[in-house]
Design a protein around this ligand. Structure first.
Ligand SMILES: Cc1cc2nc3c(=O)[nH]c(=O)nc-3n(C[C@H](O)[C@H](O)[C@H](O)COP(=O)(O)O)c2cc1C
Length: 142
């Protein structure tokens, strides 16, 4: 299975989560390409079976949470017709609906969004492991 992991990260938490996801899927036998969103490998994307997109949570902590830099993911990614996507946000206190909004952005590009998670920035290892297990279980079952 060919997987593209792409992310935007200011301070490194979302990048670290991306590396953990990539490592977990590689260990399960996937061929993984990992790049920040502004350096994405479009040829890998064109042949990917599955795309994983991550960003940080922006907002006012109590309300107005949204995925990262807003439109950057939407403006950078091409159409993703019928490609399976999984997505995640990292956050500090309260992600609100940022993960769901990120999934909606991918669905608006035609993607088949299968899951979207929020990882607390101080619990990345444990929460990413559960996310990767969910992805592996999904494809093992199908
Ligand atoms: C401008 C700004 C707004 C933020 N707003 C929120 C927020 O509303 N809720 C929250 O839980 N974290 C918020 N955060 C924290 C980041 O989402 C969190 O630290 C994230 O893990 C950063 O990812 P990065 O290290 O990949 O940049 C905000 C951070 C910044 C810089």
């Amino acid at each position: 299975m060919k997987v593209v992991v792409t992310y935007e990260s200011r301070k490194g938490n979302t990048a670290r989560a991306a590396r953990l996801i990539a490592g977990g899927l590689q260990a399960a036998g996937a061929e993984v390409t990992i790049d920040p969103i502004d350096d994405i490998d479009f040829s890998a994307l064109a042949s990917a079976d599955l795309v994983i997109v991550g960003t940080w949570t922006g907002g006012l902590f109590l309300f107005g949470q949204h995925p990262g830099d807003g439109g950057k993911i939407a403006s950078t990614l091409p159409d993703l017709w019928d490609i399976d996507t999984w997505s995640y946000v990292t956050y500090a206190h309260n992600p609100g609906k940022a993960a769901g909004k990120l999934a909606e952005t991918l669905e608006a590009k035609g993607a088949h969004s299968l899951g979207s998670a929020a990882f607390h920035r101080k619990k990345l290892q444990a929460e990413v492991t559960a996310f990767v297990d969910e992805i592996i279980d999904h494809y093992a079952a199908s």
